[in-house]
Design a protein around this ligand. Structure first.
Ligand code: ZN
Length: 435
């Protein structure tokens, strides 16, 4: 079995991945974690407000909010060898604080939240929850953004006792989004909305009146774990899709003086449809490709030739077969955890794969000696989507949707296999530098 042969490298990879995810409780933290990895490997930042001077083999990254694009200029002009792009998303579904979140009632200070994307809400109950995000502060320069990460338990969503909700095991836990998701923050005086603002200000070492606005989400405080009798599995929040971001970054760091121009694209807002200035459906990716092209003297028709020679691999997690719920999977397309990355198909183009792009990935998997699986959702269930179809439509590039199989997508505590993400980095080596 391949498992023992690659297991120790895969476990090392999994530990690194869990540390990466633990350091990235929000999209803005994910960007910051990726920047740290990239800067250690001599990537430098370019600002969209500046003019750029590029040269062959230059390593750069560009940030737009919770999104980031990193690239290494190829030895050949993109007009001759195209772009090799891999992309993933930086956001995860969950609970986001409302602008005026704090409110006092019944002797308790609670925080109102909005639901971001499609989390499994019941998994947020009875867990030790922290807060993370970014705060906009007054500063001498005008406005300064500061990240905030409270990784100790400071808020909670207590469940109702079974004696008060007798049907919970028959009907499931249903939570009203307006009235039953307010997270409990404090029962201690002073009980006022200002107490929460003062708390955040003290975490940031600033005066409460200097805080203008914030994007703060509820995070799990439990770190990721490797589990199973033989360390086969990982569990963590945000495996969807930070496991994919981590695989792409790992592969990117290995690339040295490539022939093709190599790009890693990481987008916020996938879980809410990607329609934003930083999302995959926005202008970010086409703007940056246009500027890389200009910087490498690829103009006009040559810019279109470059795109026509390019490939985009969209990485997002896939739904593994769950033996307790066999009917949930399409019988001929059951994904096995640790069975290899899945190539995802959907006739309605919820995934961008077609037979041409799939065949190419199959060749890359063969070259990397990595097993692969093929996924299609049950025909009588609505299929999710990824950034693949959007980027594919925007750039007009052949695109494939690929991902590591996982259980409990959008739970606060998801799980997956140690081998699949490790294998994905090997396939990405081929995407970036293979034929
Ligand atoms: Zn996803």
């Amino acid at each position: 079995m391949t498992f023992s042969k690659t297991h120790s490298s895969a476990v090392r990879h999994a530990r690194d991945m869990l540390a990466f995810i633990n350091a990235s409780p929000s999209p803005w933290h994910a960007v910051s974690t990726m920047v740290e990895c990239l800067q250690e490997d001599s990537f430098t930042e370019l600002l969209e407000t500046d003019t750029w001077a590029l040269q062959a083999h230059a390593r750069h990254f560009v940030i737009r909010g919770g999104s980031l694009i990193a690239f290494i200029c190829g030895g050949e002009s993109p007009a001759e060898s195209g772009y090799r792009i891999a992309g993933a998303h930086t956001d995860s579904p969950g609970l986001r604080l409302k602008p005026l979140a704090a409110h006092v009632s019944e002797g308790m200070l609670r925080l109102g939240v909005e639901v971001y994307g499609g989390p499994i809400l019941a998994t947020f109950t009875d867990r030790d929850l922290g807060l993370a995000g970014r705060v906009q502060k007054r500063s001498e320069k005008g406005i300064e953004t500061q990240l905030i990460n409270i990784s100790r338990p400071v808020v909670r969503l207590p469940n109702l006792a079974i004696h008060m909700n007798r049907e919970v095991n028959e009907q499931g836990l249903k939570l009203n989004r307006q009235t039953e998701l307010n997270v409990l923050f404090s029962g201690q005086d002073p009980l006022s909305a200002d107490a929460f603002k003062s708390f955040i200000a003290s975490e940031l070492n600033c005066a409460p009146e200097d805080m203008l606005a914030m994007d703060v989400l509820v995070r799990d405080t439990q770190e990721g774990a490797i589990w199973g009798a033989r360390e086969e599995y990982v569990s963590s929040g945000q495996l969807d899709n930070l496991a994919s971001c981590h695989s792409i970054i790992q592969a990117l760091l290995k690339v040295d003086e490539p022939r093709h121009t190599v790009v890693g694209a990481f987008f916020d807002h996938e879980e809410v449809g990607s329609e934003s200035s930083v999302g995959a459906s926005g202008s970010f990716v086409s703007d940056i490709l246009a500027r890389i092209g200009e910087g490498l003297f690829v103009h006009g028709t040559d810019a279109l030739r470059a795109r026509a020679r390019s490939t985009f691999m969209s990485l997002d997690m896939a739904h593994a077969f769950n033996p307790n719920f066999p009917a949930a999977s399409e019988p001929n397309h059951r994904l096995r955890i640790n069975g290899g990355p899945a190539i995802k198909f959907n006739a309605s183009q919820r995934y961008a794969t077609d037979s041409e792009s799939a065949a190419r990935v199959m060749r890359w998997c063969e070259a990397a000696e990595v097993p692969f699986q093929q996924y299609v959702h049950r025909s009588d269930l609505a299929c999710g989507s990824t950034i693949g179809p959007m980027v594919s439509a925007r750039l007009g590039m052949p695109t494939v949707d690929v991902g590591a199989p996982m259980w409990a997508m959008h739970s606060l505590r998801e799980s997956a296999g140690v081998l699949d993400s490790w294998w994905l980095t090997k396939v990405l080596d081929q995407v970036f530098e293979g034929r």
